[in-house]
Design a protein around this ligand. Structure first.
Ligand SMILES: [Zn+2]
Length: 119
């Protein structure tokens, strides 16, 4: 997958189109990523008692409220933001000679940039 955990990405579609956020989880098998604070689903929960296991009597209450949970986005709906030119870009792969042999690095495909995205 060309989007990795920790990347800054820009959303291309949906209600958060144009917004940017940090990838907090990548799920290559589903080709989806979870982006911090984006594509958030709000779930309203009621307060509910839980049985107290300490035998002190009474019941603990889990407070209700609104839980905001970022939902996975399809990788095709986000673009990596290049840390060098600060633009959402398509990503290419380049093979470089490293200390431990050849390594694959992602590169920015913006005209005039071409910088390596992976640090
Ligand atoms: Zn760039």
């Amino acid at each position: 997958m060309k989007v990795h955990k920790g990347d800054l990405v820009q959303v291309l579609s949906g209600k958060d189109r144009g917004k940017r956020g940090r990838v907090i989880d990548a799920r290559p098998a589903e080709r989806r990523v979870i982006v911090e604070n984006l594509n958030v689903a709000k779930r309203h929960t009621k307060p509910r008692p839980v049985r107290d296991t300490s035998r002190m009597g009474g019941a603990a209450i889990i407070p209700g409220g609104i839980i905001e949970k970022p939902m996975p986005l399809e990788v095709s709906n986000v673009m990596v933001v290049c840390p060098t030119c600060n633009q959402a870009t398509r990503v290419g792969i380049t093979i470089m000679e490293g200390k431990d042999g050849t390594v694959r690095r992602r590169v920015c495909k913006q005209d005039g940039c071409g910088e390596v995205i992976d640090r």
